[in-house]
Design a protein around this ligand. Structure first.
Ligand SMILES: *Cc1c(COP(=O)(O)O)cnc(C)c1O
Length: 429
């Protein structure tokens, strides 16, 4: 049985969003990271943190990994009742929607990777996005966001927000002046994806934070395509980072989950929304996610190495008219990408000569890359924006977005790049 939770006060650096106001630090709750059970020293490197941070040490058995705490509810005692009264229920185990050791373990690992005080896991990336945004928006609030955004988020903005009295303006994410010009008196949040889908535009995070600071706004970024291995947006002043953990964080295409990361105070607010909307993550799923995360740094290096090799191969191929990969010198955001990102990542978008029919034909001839939506798995996944993520738009709308006929989105897995190239060779032939 777990005896007590060890809350580390100083193990993690406090993000730049944390303002050093003295009286705030006198309140015990505001000083705490976590919630956390881990006594494991996490180390400095991203691989070391991927493996060790957050692991719950099970006293009675000495199990090396975090056990699966498959429990919906926990014994109530004096301490739990007091936590309700005094408002620190997030730091005690009461009921699994409120918190569970399996959730804490994986949250602690992700927080360590993001240099964050606190993280919160969800049953999907969309649950993380909706709970995070709702925690920062008041009735009548307005969000400035990208004109190239994940379909589920687009649907949240266009179908759900109007019913809640919220509004959104979509702008070109590369145009900081347009972002600033879209700000209204009722604007509260700037929401952008660190790398867009499918064109892999790179957002200037520091530039975005500067605008937000001038106007007193919050910045939320979706860093699903980048992961904490490529960039740590909180270090650049972002308030909340969200990920679809379904993708790279888990990395094995076998679960759906989400995460929100930030300072303790903001994530406590998001937790309140999560309790109300109900998108908590099941303990068994937490176990799988924690296991997947142990190889995150390792996988991202392999994805990035393969991504670059495949991008260069495709760029030289006579049947390919255009390749989008942030670390290719031909990418419009190449300089920013090199400055902002440690690695190029595993997403490669390209255009096949001959339009959508030729692209579909190519996909059908491939033996290795699996024709499926989603991304970030160890297996290469390939899809066409026109009949998957962007099928809801007309051809004309897609072309206005820069999604031309014949566009293919490839999530490069961790297979041997030579094998992937050989497969493309036979498919093109
Ligand atoms: C997949 C995805 C989401 C949604 O995540 P789910 O886990 O499917 O809910 C959000 N943003 C981006 C960029 C994604 O790729």
């Amino acid at each position: 049985m777990l005896e007590k939770s060890t809350i580390r006060g100083d193990a993690r650096s406090v993000g730049p969003t944390e303002k050093p106001v003295d009286w705030v630090n006198d309140l015990r709750r505001s000083r705490q990271n976590g919630p956390s059970l881990s006594a494991v020293h996490m180390g400095q490197g991203l691989s070391t943190r991927s493996i060790h941070a957050g692991t719950v040490q099970d006293g009675p058995t000495g199990a090396v990994g975090t056990p699966i705490y498959q429990a919906s509810t926990f014994l109530l005692g004096e301490e739990q009742y007091r936590s309700f009264e005094e408002g620190y229920a997030r730091d005690r185990f009461i009921y699994t929607r409120y918190g569970n050791p399996s959730q804490w373990a994986v949250q602690d690992k992700i927080a360590a990777l993001e240099n964050a005080q606190s993280a919160l896991v969800f049953s999907s990336g969309m649950a993380a996005i909706s709970s995070s945004l709702m925690s920062l928006l008041d009735p009548g609030g307005h969000v400035v966001t990208s004109d190239e955004i994940y379909g589920g988020t687009y649907a949240l903005f266009s179908n759900e927000f109007p019913n809640m009295g919220l509004s959104v303006t979509h702008v070109n994410p590369r145009d900081l002046a347009a972002i600033e010009a879209a700000i209204k008196p009722e604007t509260q949040v700037l929401f952008f994806e660190v790398l867009t889908n499918p064109l892999l535009k790179v957002i200037d995070i520091a530039g975005l934070v500067n605008i937000a600071r001038r106007h007193g706004l919050r910045v939320v970024v979706d860093a699903t395509f980048a992961t904490p291995i490529l960039v740590n947006p909180l270090d650049l002043g972002v308030d909340i980072v969200v990920h679809s953990a379904t993708k790279y964080l888990n990395g094995h295409s076998d679960l759906v989950a989400g995460v929100a990361v930030g300072n303790r105070k903001l994530i406590d607010q998001v937790w309140g929304r999560m309790l109300a909307y109900g998108g908590c993550l099941d303990p068994h799923c937490c176990f799988l996610l924690e296991r997947g995360l142990k190889t995150l740094a390792l996988r991202m290096r392999a994805h990035s190495e393969g991504g670059m090799i495949i991008a260069q191969y495709l760029e030289a191929h006579p049947q390919v008219s255009q390749v989008y990969y942030p670390f290719l010198p031909s990418h419009p955001d190449h300089d920013l990408a090199k400055r902002q990102m440690r690695l190029g990542g595993g997403m490669v978008t390209f255009e096949v000569k001959g339009g959508d029919a030729a692209a579909l034909h190519l996909l059908e001839r491939l033996n290795l890359a699996v024709q499926a939506t989603s991304l970030g798995g160890v297996e290469s996944l390939i899809s066409l924006p026109y009949n998957t993520s962007h099928s809801g738009f007309t051809r004309r709308q897609r072309e206005q977005m820069g999604i031309s006929a014949g566009m293919v989105r490839l999530s490069v897995g961790v297979e041997d790049p030579e094998d992937l190239i050989a497969d493309f060779e036979q498919a093109f032939a």
